[in-house]
Design a binder for this molecule. Structure first.
Ligand SMILES: Nc1ncnc2c1ncn2[C@@H]1O[C@H](COP(=O)(O)OP(=O)(O)OP(=O)(O)O)[C@@H](O)[C@H]1O
Ligand SMILES: N[C@@H](CCO)C(=O)O
Length: 314
């Protein structure tokens, strides 16, 4: 569980005064998520109960956050289901709370998915393609800070703490990835972290995509691979039992391609994209495990899941 920054009632009341959202009724820390501190916030706006999510950013600076918050607003305004950030009375999506950057966004209904259905994979494939198409008109640019350079640097940072087989796998994969020419594949705004817990569903209806705080410019194919690696595998506490479900993969890829066809170069790069996406999350989970961050409640995700996913793709 992750609440890194504890907010007192009087601090939140003062924070909310700068928004047109009424008076604080209640708030509670959200246990899911590992990057930021999140609270559900309920207000009373002239007799109407309104619900929001407050995010206190633990790693991002004030300067880099407008990119993400503007994308959320942009996508919501382009019919991509995302939580629109709330503007302050001075028209900013960003404010300071407890000395850190913070934002208030609309609370969507539904919950994250644990065992995705074939239908949900189809919905996500179609929505990701729409996200990619809409993103072509988004003018701001951000490099991917979890790219292959970050992967090599992270491996160098943690390698002395890893098992020998883990080191060998990662070394092999970094060597393999050096042979893929990512720059010539279709690029654009990517979500870069569209896991099952970053989409809220009610049944098979998507209410929204959340957590756009890794969004950046990158190869569109990589984004699709990130999704396939999480949505189309059998979720099991025992990593040894993880396997891919071809029916879900087919549903996701064909729904994606009803909106945007993959190019021949993308089809050739697909195995590489699946491996790169697995390596990225294997490394971030290993880093969180070996160099954990301080927090009142913290939740570490199992790196062995992505070790297994990478093994399956290799
Ligand atoms: N707009 C929203 N509406 C409803 N619930 C939300 C919304 N944003 C976040 N949540 C809830 O908060 C939880 C944590 O949010 P999120 O996934 O963004 O966490 P994080 O720590 O910022 O990121 P990460 O998932 O990368 O660790 C989600 O699983 C979801 O339950
Ligand atoms: N989605 C990531 C965590 C946030 O980046 C994971 O499951 O490892």
């Amino acid at each position: 569980m992750s609440v890194y920054t504890v907010v007192e009632t009087h601090q939140l009341e003062a924070f909310l005064e700068d928004y047109d959202v009424g008076i604080l009724e209640s708030f509670e820390g959200i246990s899911a998520g590992i990057e930021n501190t999140n609270y559900f916030v309920t207000t009373n706006n002239h007799g109407q109960i309104e619900q929001f999510v407050l995010t206190i950013f633990e790693h991002h600076s004030f300067e880099e956050l407008p990119y993400f918050l503007n994308i959320m607003a942009f996508m919501a305004e382009h019919n991509i289901p995302t939580a629109h950030p709330m503007p302050t009375k001075s028209h900013s999506f960003l404010k300071e709370l407890c000395g850190k950057p913070a934002a208030l966004v609309e609370r969507l209904v539904g919950s994250g998915v644990e065992n995705p259905s074939v239908a949900q994979c189809g919905v996500m494939g179609g929505q990701l393609a729409k996200f990619h198409i809409a993103g072509q008109a988004y003018e701001q640019h951000r490099d991917n800070d979890r790219d292959i350079g970050w992967m090599s640097a992270t491996f160098a940072e943690i390698r002395t703490r890893l098992e020998e087989d883990e080191c060998k796998m990662i070394e092999n994969e970094l060597r393999f990835q050096a042979g893929t020419d990512w720059q010539n594949l279709p690029m654009g705004v990517i979500h870069a972290d569209l896991f099952c817990d970053n989409a809220l569903f009610v049944g098979d209806t998507l209410s929204g995509i959340i957590d756009l705080y890794y969004a950046c410019n990158g190869p569109l194919l990589y984004d699709l691979a990130v999704m396939v690696n999480d949505w189309c595998r059998v979720h099991d506490d025992d990593p040894a039992r993880i396997a891919f479900d071809q029916e879900r993969i087919d549903a996701m890829l064909s729904a994606y391609q009803t909106q945007r066809s993959l190019t021949d170069d993308e089809l050739k790069a697909w195995p590489s994209a699946l491996r790169l996406a697995a390596l990225r999350f294997f490394l971030s989970r290993l880093k969180d495990k070996h160099i954990p961050r301080e927090g009142e409640m913290t939740m570490i995700k199992d790196p062995n899941v992505f070790k297994r996913v990478l093994q399956l793709h290799q």
